[in-house]
Design a protein around this ligand. Structure first.
Ligand SMILES: NC(=O)c1ccc[n+]([C@@H]2O[C@H](COP(=O)([O-])OP(=O)(O)OC[C@H]3O[C@@H](n4cnc5c(N)ncnc54)[C@H](OP(=O)(O)O)[C@@H]3O)[C@@H](O)[C@H]2O)c1
Length: 333
């Protein structure tokens, strides 16, 4: 008899409605791949919300198990996969949780080319507290520093600051000695952002002012933008000379209605960040940093534990922009 495992399950109805439940799945129904992983932890990211509600840019094939992150132990590995039974591993991005059954199931089967050996200093639990959100925040910070950001240059802006990417970006920048200005729509979470290390807090509306002006006062040495749209262009327009914005998100809008003026008059940079298709060797380097010099003490402040049965409600909250910090999904709960 074939083995089964618990999984979150999204089905598409005839009327294009999407229903969510927790079911027993059969291991034989997982896709091909040379590594089978017993998933202990996953995490909730905005993209999982898009997958669970049938966004065709994320998931086209239903029924489906979302979950773009997974960490656990190798249960079976092909001889030439580079992995052995019992290895502690993590997987983020590529097609996991998009059209490949994802980490909201207690088992995944994936190509070994997607799998990262757990770095010393991280566990399945702590790695998923970072998850794709943390990897992305660290990539943004890494790219800003590579583009010349230094601690003496001035304050660094973070938008969507109480979200997953935003929370890790605030905490990481503060840990590295940067002065952080956090933008949030949640008036109730100012103390949380200060505990993470923000020294200044701005309401969301502050990034909607000045839309009609070609340039704004030089304010930010750099920025991590998780929201896109008007706030992103306003961040670009208010960069100090030579500064950069790392753009990774679109919760406000995928639009970027801009002029070239800040680029050609202030020498500023717009840096694109993608943690999904990033080559595995580069993912490994960022994970090594998060396991080492960049390890955060404040992860427990961001943590919300979510069992499979609570996932549906948490998905509604992340899509409404109401989550704070990181949702850690425990597959055993
Ligand atoms: N490029 C990549 O590789 C990559 C990887 C991971 C994530 N992302 C993207 O990054 C974004 C954030 O992901 P996440 O997982 O951190 O999501 P999240 O936890 O939901 O965080 C998003 C935050 O943005 C703010 N927000 C929500 N709606 C907004 C609106 N209409 N206008 C302005 N701010 C709004 C909220 O924070 P406040 O209430 O504090 O304002 C919210 O908590 C998403 O667009 C996601 O797709 C991209």
């Amino acid at each position: 008899m074939s083995e089964t495992f618990r999984a979150f399950w999204v089905e598409k109805g005839d009327d294009r409605t999407f229903t969510r439940s927790v079911i027993e799945r059969n291991v034989d129904d997982l896709p091909d791949g040379d590594v089978l992983i017993d998933v202990q932890y996953s995490s909730l990211n905005y993209k999982d919300g898009l997958s669970a509600t049938g966004n065709p840019g994320v998931t086209r094939n239903f029924p489906h198990t979302p979950g773009i992150d997974a960490a656990g132990t190798v249960a079976h590995a092909a001889a030439d996969s580079g992995f052995s039974v019992g290895d502690s591993v993590l997987v983020t991005g590529y097609d996991l949780g998009m059209n490949t059954a994802g980490g909201f199931g207690a088992k995944i089967r994936v190509p070994s080319s997607w799998v990262v050996a757990m770095p010393d200093g991280l566990t399945p639990e702590s790695s998923m507290l970072y998850g794709t959100a943390g990897l992305t925040a660290a990539l943004c910070v890494d790219k800003l520093i590579s583009s010349g950001l230094e601690t003496g240059n001035g304050p660094v802006l973070v938008t969507g600051a109480t979200g997953g990417v935003g929370s890790v970006a605030v905490a990481l920048l503060a840990k590295l000695g940067f002065e952080v200005a956090a933008v949030t729509g949640k008036a109730s979470q100012h103390d949380y952002l200060k505990e993470l290390g923000a020294s200044e807090i701005l309401p969301r509306e502050a990034l909607l002012e000045g839309g009609g002006k070609p340039m704004l006062k030089e304010t930010w040495a750099g920025a991590v933008d998780t929201v896109g749209g008007e706030p992103l262009f306003n961040a670009v327009k208010s960069l100090r000379y030579g500064g950069s914005v790392a753009a990774c998100g679109l919760v406000a809008s995928p639009a970027f209605d801009a002029t070239v003026l800040p680029f050609i008059l202030r020498h500023v940079n717009l840096l694109g960040v993608d943690s999904v298709e990033l080559p595995l060797a580069q993912k490994r380097q960022i994970w090594q940093k998060l396991a080492g010099d960049w390890a955060l003490d404040s992860l427990s402040l961001m943590r919300e534990d979510i069992g499979l049965e609570q996932l549906s409600g948490a998905i509604d909250r992340i899509l409404a922009g109401e989550m704070v910090g990181r949702g850690l999904v425990n597959l055993a709960a």
